[in-house]
Design a protein. Sequence first.
Length: 201
Amino acid sequence: MSNKQAPLLIDQVNMDAIDHYCNKIYFRDEYTARHAEHVAELMAGLAAYLDFAPEQINLAYMVGLMHDVGKINTPEHILNKPGRLTDEELAVMKQHAQDGAELLGTIAGMEPIVEIIRHHHERWDGKGYPKGLKQEDIPPYSRMLSLCDAFDAMTSLRCYRSPICLKACLTEITSCAGVQFDPELCRQFTEFIREHFGFYE
């Protein structure tokens, strides 16, 4: 996986605007706030594990922190529904990636992040959203984000299900290599998680 990506220069970014959007969505949903922090830490950790440059690690962290900001437009009854979403509700929920990209696109200095956020629910096999991109057409940081996002979602307590254990999570992620996730990145991610959590079978 290439780590070539335009660096995000923090002093060029309107952090007040970012804080406004993040606080607004995270105030509505405590899970989303915790999830964003966890994903940001995972993104930065994975970037460091892959020997990214400091500015790229910074970019990875900010991407994780802001990846769900588009949920500011998701109705609360869908965002916090304690059960399976209907097809119609799922279609609304899926809009958050596009909405997040559009929101962040209005903030000066966010250009490197916009397309990463837009495509973090694409799949390696081309069956993701919003554009159905596949394989190397998916931005590298979006592929990283897809893994970190899925890992934290599976291992966190939600109102509609209990978390799964680390072993089961890694087994599920590995089974999705080459289907949902970039297979080489998936291998690197599982190695990172095992090292990060000291989990060796």
